[in-house]
Design a protein around this ligand. Sequence first.
Ligand code: ZN
Ligand code: ZN
Length: 411
Amino acid sequence: MKLKILKGTSEIGGCITEIVSNKGTRIIIDLGEDLPDDNVSKCENPNIDGLTIGDKKYDAVFITHSHGDHIGLINYVLDGIDVYVEPTSKIIYSLLSTFTHKKIRFKTKNMFFKKKIIINDDIIVTPYIVDHSSYNSSMLLIEADGKKVLHTGDFRNHGVKGKLFVPTLKEIGNVDIIVTEGTSLSRGNVKYKTEEDIVKEAKRVFYNYDQVFILQSSTNIDRIRGFYKAAKETDKNFIEDLFTSNITVSLKNDSIPNPKTFNDVYTWIPRRYLDKSFRFKKKYLFPFLKYSKQKSYVNNKYALMVKTSMIEDIKKLYNKNHITNACLVYSMWEGYKEKVEMKTFFEEVKKYRISDIIDIHTSGHADKETLGLLSFLKAKKIIPIHTIKKEELSNILDNVYLLDDNEILDV
Ligand SMILES: [Zn+2]
Ligand SMILES: [Zn+2]
């Protein structure tokens, strides 16, 4: 079998990996877009011959999770090539596309955890659930020509599903090659806080304020659970913005705080959605009206999930005297603070009596200690991707093998 990283050996952004069996079956793992700079989308056709342009030369595409840097380019896959996505990741990505005006043109096949998918009686792919900041993320075990390759996707073990990590590695057993994410390689030697630490920290902060505005990713479900818990324990109503509510309801999991099955979770409908088409509103807004009318903020103690596009909504709350003792909790990667949009938002909220901006966050990626656990699998070669400091991995693991983009490795 041959392995090639088309993209991702020297960047944290769009990742694309190719595996070709001796018989010529070709698969792709992840087809991600580069992370946007200041909202300028980099979602262009990657022009991969036989995959996104020209005549079909690939047999299947597998997506590890719903983050744009792993799934963002699937619209470009040529007809006739099967795209496998875990069903809830597909729901999340479809909603994200709808709410961000991204055109959706993809047919996908369902990928379920631990269920083998066999391509051309030749390549076997088995997904394993893994802890990450995107709901139901997968690691993929690829078997062909008597060899085993583990592609980790993005992962960590300090989140809610972290305790599954070591048992999953044991279940996978020895492999020949590991392709691993290495995001933290450029980010110092810290051990990351757990999601439980985040809840404790949130409780301490929430306790000091009557209104807490939360800026976090709507697809980070574990974080939503954590902040809901902190809101309850500090006697606040929990309000999700419309996009988040669409996600939490669609996942149909009663352990995820959502306005449909939790009688203490509400929906905030940002003003800008009122201008949307009737078709959009019928499907994504009208069903949530009943959860928004309960004047959830009326006792002036609430935790509200916000987006940087919601400044008008914050102004409305301020004008109605619903902001009296408030803070903004920033729960995203530090680097996003450099975006113009974010800087403007921080400036704007100050006008509405929200002057305390408090960081409560932990990474979605494996810290160095966790990367070290990959040694259990006794791989002959460990290839770092999704990193800007791949050399650093040799300080943690033996058998590190560095590849450049488009370099072919004979497995
Ligand atoms: Zn990710
Ligand atoms: Zn990623």
